[in-house]
Write a protein that binds this ligand. Structure first.
Ligand SMILES: Cc1cc2nc3c(=O)[nH]c(=O)nc-3n(C[C@H](O)[C@H](O)[C@H](O)COP(=O)(O)OP(=O)(O)OC[C@H]3O[C@@H](n4cnc5c(N)ncnc54)[C@H](O)[C@@H]3O)c2cc1C
Length: 503
């Protein structure tokens, strides 16, 4: 099931970071590769070893991949070459050379990071996983094996006939990089962060060595670090995860959908969101509350959207009643399969806008939420000339989610016991705009300062700003640092690939 109205589709595209595709990015990118640079020499050597399908300097596939990133800011870079691995050994070979020759590099899976520089590289080597997209289910071990290039929508659709699903995200075009940052899905309350479902990971370390990490083997520390440590610990070439039995297309195990609200309902929604976050601890319940400001010329239109699901035959009033009673513009609620639920907001696949995220985390009184709402509105107003729109989104993290993660050996984020909300600010720049002005940067920093996290709560790295030190907010930060020092003792990754700060 997917919402069809043109108006709403426009709104959803603001909320869900989508856009009309421009496809112009690469044409603008620099084309001045220096044939004698260390990166160029390394690419030439790798192409001689692995062939011109695996290592590409130009051409249609190179162009499409170099400009694939969801954020237009990332679609501008032109790697010296792109490595299209077909198997883990290709990653090993390339990584060993990158390490030896000290080459800047980046990895792209689904392409959806909003952090500039985290999934593309100028004058360096890009790993692009479009030739490693297999997904399979093993009924004996009840596990799913994912190659890094698959997107969640593809994985869910292929596995639906078998009645199983991996824990991923909530939009189909997003990819497996989500796992390395944690991962929030409509099943999180029951099963934890998506990364909590890991069973085994194949990881190519900075040196090119391939290891398999599990919860109990000699790489157990690496295994846990990859549940939130993002791209700092190596390149994952295979994820084996626990299957969740979500049913096939005919089994509508979920009830819910989306509700669209006018801005006049904003205050009631803020109150309801705070109450939901602080009170609801039912593993089968899930919401995503997104407040949206859409800019058209100098006019800002505010419309708010709630997605809500319960794994059961109806929405229990004790959990969702307050949201259901708030005056709305439109309600679309029904029994749904898990794939239906994941399609409700569209795929989020379109491109063409520079994107910026920022994170906070709340478990306070309603004043904390009201303040954020007010500051976010002021922020939008102050930089509206540069914007297509902004979103302030709340994902409740229930205590049951934290418990589920601990029951599976704990992730490195390790939030304290209790409920809280992961808070995300999305800034979508005007279509085609390639620069971020000082005014926008200053406004963003002011916003982050004025809606600080509740002390003790972790930020969500997949929704942060690149300047936010997310790692130091983790419950197991000391362990993370120790593990990083063990697996990357020369600190290669923090110097040669962009990613989270703080290690
Ligand atoms: C439209 C949209 C919807 C979203 N919805 C959700 C949601 O429902 N739940 C949620 O939790 N998050 C969501 N996110 C955030 C999402 O988790 C992050 O953007 C995530 O980084 C996307 O992963 P990716 O593979 O698509 O992106 P990529 O940009 O390809 O990868 C993200 C990061 O991981 C690194 N990486 C990727 N693969 C590997 C690998 N195999 N080995 C080492 N490093 C790797 C990349 O270098 C990059 O730094 C959403 C984002 C967008 C834009």
């Amino acid at each position: 099931m997917r919402f069809k109205s043109a108006h709403l589709f426009l709104l959803l595209s603001v909320i869900l970071h989508s856009s009309i595709a421009t496809g112009l990015a690469l044409a603008l990118a620099s084309t001045t590769a220096n044939a004698t640079s260390p990166a160029s020499k390394t690419c030439t050597m790798l192409q001689a070893q692995m062939g011109s399908e695996v290592v590409q300097f130009s051409g249609a596939e190179y162009n499409a991949s170099a400009s694939n990133a969801w954020s237009l800011f990332n679609a501008q870079n032109k790697p010296t070459c792109i490595v299209f691995p077909q198997e883990a050994s290709h990653v090993q070979t390339a990584m060993a050379a990158i390490f030896h020759n000290k080459i800047h590099y980046a990895v792209q899976a689904g392409g959806h990071t909003a952090m500039t520089g985290w999934n593309t590289v100028q004058d360096g080597i890009l790993f692009f996983f479009s030739h490693m997209k297999n997904v399979s289910y093993n009924a004996t071990s009840d596990t799913i094996t994912l190659q890094p290039g698959i997107h969640w929508g593809e994985a869910l659709t292929q596995l639906q006939p078998l009645g199983v699903a991996p824990l991923g995200g909530r939009l189909g075009d997003v990819g497996t990089g989500l796992l390395l940052g944690g991962g929030l899905s409509y099943l999180s309350g029951e099963h934890g962060f998506s990364a909590d479902s890991y069973v085994a990971l194949d990881v190519v370390l900075v040196t090119g060595q391939l290891v398999t990490a599990t919860a109990t083997n000699q790489y157990a520390d690496l295994f846990r670090a990859l549940k939130g440590g993002a791209n700092r610990f190596g390149i994952v070439t295979r994820y084996e995860v626990q299957a969740v039995h979500t049913g096939d297309a005919s089994e509508k195990q979920f009830f819910g959908g989306l509700i669209l609200y006018p801005n006049s309902s904003a205050e009631a929604l803020i109150n309801a969101t705070q109450r939901y976050v602080s009170k609801v601890n039912n593993p089968r319940a899930s919401i995503l509350m997104a407040f949206s400001n859409s800019v058209n010329g100098s006019e800002i239109t505010s419309t708010h959207i709630l997605t809500l699901f319960f794994r059961g035959p109806s929405l229990p009033p004790a959990i969702f009643g307050e949201f259901l009673e708030i005056p709305s513009i439109m309600k679309q609620l029904s029994a749904l399969s898990y794939v239906d639920a994941n399609n409700i907001l569209g795929a989020g696949a379109d491109r063409g806008f520079g994107q910026l995220f920022g994170a906070s985390a709340f478990n306070g009184t309603v004043d904390q939420y009201r303040n954020a709402f007010q500051k976010w509105n002021e922020y939008t107003e102050s930089i509206k000339d540069s914007l297509f729109g902004t979103v302030l989104a709340f994902t409740p993290i229930q205590q049951s989610q934290v418990q589920a993660g601990r029951a599976r050996g704990s992730n490195i984020i390790d939030p304290p016991m209790g409920n809280y909300a992961a808070v995300q600010v999305q800034t979508q720049m005007q279509n085609g705009l390639l620069t971020i002005s000082d005014q926008v940067q200053a406004a963003r920093q002011l916003l982050f300062q004025s809606m600080p996290r509740t002390p003790g709560l972790p930020l969500y790295i997949n929704e942060c700003d690149a300047s936010q030190n997310v790692f130091e907010t983790y419950g197991r930060f000391e362990e993370l640092k120790k593990t990083y020092a063990k697996y990357d003792p020369t600190r290669f990754n923090v110097q040669f690939t962009d990613g989270p700060i703080g290690l």
